[in-house]
Design a binder for this molecule. Structure first.
Ligand SMILES: [Zn+2]
Ligand SMILES: [Zn+2]
Length: 374
């Protein structure tokens, strides 16, 4: 919140008719009463009073702004800055300048902190993609990633100055990194244009990094990918991102995992999924399926009369759970009835016989529906 010029000129306490020690409640009450009294909808011609009251409440009604306002006013002494007296006002050259410095000194406290480009700067976070096989995701794998990223320049160790030289204190800002720009009563703090806010200037740039202090390097990073990792997971490697500046810490590296699909399995969390085609005869009569797992086989009973889409569960034949190495997911086998595209003569005969022996239509309930409509 930047203080307003108005703050020096206007006594908001007076505008609301309250004392400087008024409580928040008293201020709100006074504002409500006056706002009603001057509201332009019901009191035409009172716009200015209404504005004054609103402006006063905008500051005094906010404890943070009120505190700033009080600070500003207390610098001016009990008589305020004399905004009402037309004679002196803000015109006096020397006095206004002194005041500008005084105010500038007060207000720059916060802006200088935020423009602190001179302090240590954390390196940026980086993201790299890793492609791993299905089994590697199941069992975990240690892999090496190749990447290009900014690292601290080896030649100058990050100073940006050629070897044997060192940065000099910036003459423009005397090493503070900021310059002030006086505009009327206010003084703004800006990053020094001569040194870019660093406070120092490089006289002879490092030939490797041309003064930036960082260089792009091919890096090889060993990453331990935990077992059970899923496609799309992000692994965070602390401090393996870009190098920091001015002694700041390095950023983090995020490794995005892409897991290649398996030939026959898919997965949902720690559960392994498998779809198995079966014939109509197998589900009609019931059968035992022998299906592969990640480390062998498992036999599952399909009961006679099973529906297409039935899912059978082979307990603990899935994947180890992330973070719980002793817990393993299940293998879920979904049976799907496959209808042959072509029938041999023998098959056709058998199916026709089956059809003749089938006296009841499975769509009987639909017939009931359409009869009812007639
Ligand atoms: Zn360098
Ligand atoms: Zn400078």
């Amino acid at each position: 919140m930047a203080p307003q010029r108005e703050w020096f000129e206007k006594d908001y306490y007076k505008a609301l008719g309250v004392s400087k020690t008024a409580t928040d409640k008293e201020i709100t009450r006074a504002y409500r009463k006056l706002a009603k009294q001057y509201h332009p909808d019901t009191n035409p011609g009172k716009e200015d009073q209404f504005k004054d009251v609103s402006a006063a409440y905008e500051v005094l009604g906010d404890p943070v702004k009120r505190k700033e306002y009080d600070d500003v006013r207390s610098m001016a002494g009990p008589s305020g800055f004399g905004g009402t007296s037309g004679a002196g006002g803000w015109g006096g050259g020397a006095r206004a300048e002194d005041l500008g410095d005084l105010i500038g000194g007060l207000f720059n406290r916060s802006s200088r902190r935020s423009s602190g480009t001179r302090g240590p700067i954390r390196g940026s976070d980086l993201e790299v993609e890793a492609h791993i096989g299905f089994e590697d995701a199941v069992n975990g794998v240690t892999t090496t990633l190749n990447m290009v990223s900014d690292v601290t320049c080896q030649t100058c160790h990050g100073t940006g100055s050629a070897p044997g030289t060192s940065p000099v204190v910036c003459a423009r800002c005397q090493g503070t990194g900021s310059v002030s720009d006086n505009q009327g009563f206010f003084s703004f703090s800006l990053p020094c244009p001569a040194c870019g806010g660093r406070g120092t200037r490089i006289e002879k740039a490092c030939p490797t990094c041309r003064g930036s202090g960082v260089e792009s390097k091919n890096r090889q990073i060993r990453v331990k990918i935990p077992h059970g990792v899923e496609d799309g997971s992000r692994i965070r490697l602390k401090g393996k991102g870009s190098a920091g500046a001015n002694g700041g810490p390095a950023g983090d590296l995020y490794v995005v995992i892409h897991v290649a699909p398996h030939k026959i399995f898919s997965r949902r969390g720690a559960d392994l999924l498998l779809t198995v085609p079966v014939t109509f005869a197998e589900v009609a009569l019931g059968t035992t399926l022998t299906v592969p797992t990640l480390d062998g086989q498992v036999s599952l009973r399909v009961p006679a009369g099973s529906k297409s889409g039935l899912t059978l569960r082979a307990r603990s034949k899935g994947l180890p759970k992330v973070g719980k190495p002793n817990e393993v997911g299940d293998l879920l086998v979904t049976v799907e009835i496959e209808v042959p595209k072509h029938l041999s003569q023998e098959q056709r005969k058998a199916v026709e016989e089956f059809a003749q022996a089938t006296t009841e239509s499975p769509r009987k309930y639909l017939e009931v529906e359409s009869n009812a409509r007639k």
